[in-house]
Design a protein around this ligand. Sequence first.
Ligand code: MRU
Length: 348
Amino acid sequence: MKVDGKPTRTIELDADGWGVSVIDQTRLPERYERVVLRDVEDAARAIRTMIVRGAPLIGVTAAYGIALAMRADATDASLARAFDKLVATRPTAVNLRWAATRARDALRDVPPSMRAERAYDLASAMAEEDVDACRRIGEAGARLLREVWERGGTREPLRVLTHCNAGWLATVDWGTALAPLYRLHDDGVPLHVWVDETRPRNQGYLTAWELEKHGVPCTVIADNAGGLLMRRGEVDACIVGSDRTVRNGDVCNKIGTYLKALAAHDCGVPFYVALPSSTLDLATASGDDIPIEERAASEFGDRLPGRVHNPAFDVTPARLVTALVTERGVVHPREESLARAFPELALQ
Ligand code: MRU
């Protein structure tokens, strides 16, 4: 996507050819700034403090983190330490463990003298795969949403509600839930996006920033407003991303997603979830088995009278999800359909 007219990715090699340049998302939407990660500590800190965030992007950052570790010290012990450090940063989005495991396993039998180069190549390949997957999600999701728009039978804008930020900032480029919206907009379908604020970290502001930069009309709403809008018939479809989607089709995503899915179900609004296969965890049977990250009380600010419980994600049961939008097309959120679409990931 473009920032101020310049094609931009969330993560890329720095001009020196080895540092890893990322957008500091803690500064957005006020300021667009890039920072350069120079060692595995930097990569782990960037993930933990949410300088980078969003399931696909933290996966690719972890892969680059392994590359940075190999550049400094390519021994087996360093590889094991880098893996442990990176996977300990955030527990819920499975992309992180998936990417770190893939990098570690690919390097195990490579001689130490060649590990750094191989690790950079692998991280860059994962970044390209993510871009390609998101582009395909955009195409499949746009077809689905265009059908919703055409069924409406008017030329009025399609009104879509989204939660959190599942746009290009959360991936390498394009995004997951927002990719179909960019596609539709570029194809000339009129759109209006309701953007949930997404307390406590307000990822909705990132979504609004992205959409505005691309010229997609949007309005930020308080998290609790979506139910009212759906009951009033002001939402034609919901689309969100996912941090982990498991074997039975349950979807884990940013806290508050479940309540939107419940409201959508009650109001007959289709509820779509867009995700690349790096977000699939078919080894886990049900959403109840997903570790939910607890984040710091400080995310609520410093004016609180009492104790804080701050779970960062929730689980939407598969029965509330109309369809999954993946790089292999639209998939029914059920075990058999997921296994058919992604046989290489299904348990044998
Ligand atoms: O805590 P975050 O901001 O990393 O959470 C991000 C989300 O929940 C996104 O919706 C999810 O990662 C899918 S993004 C493509």
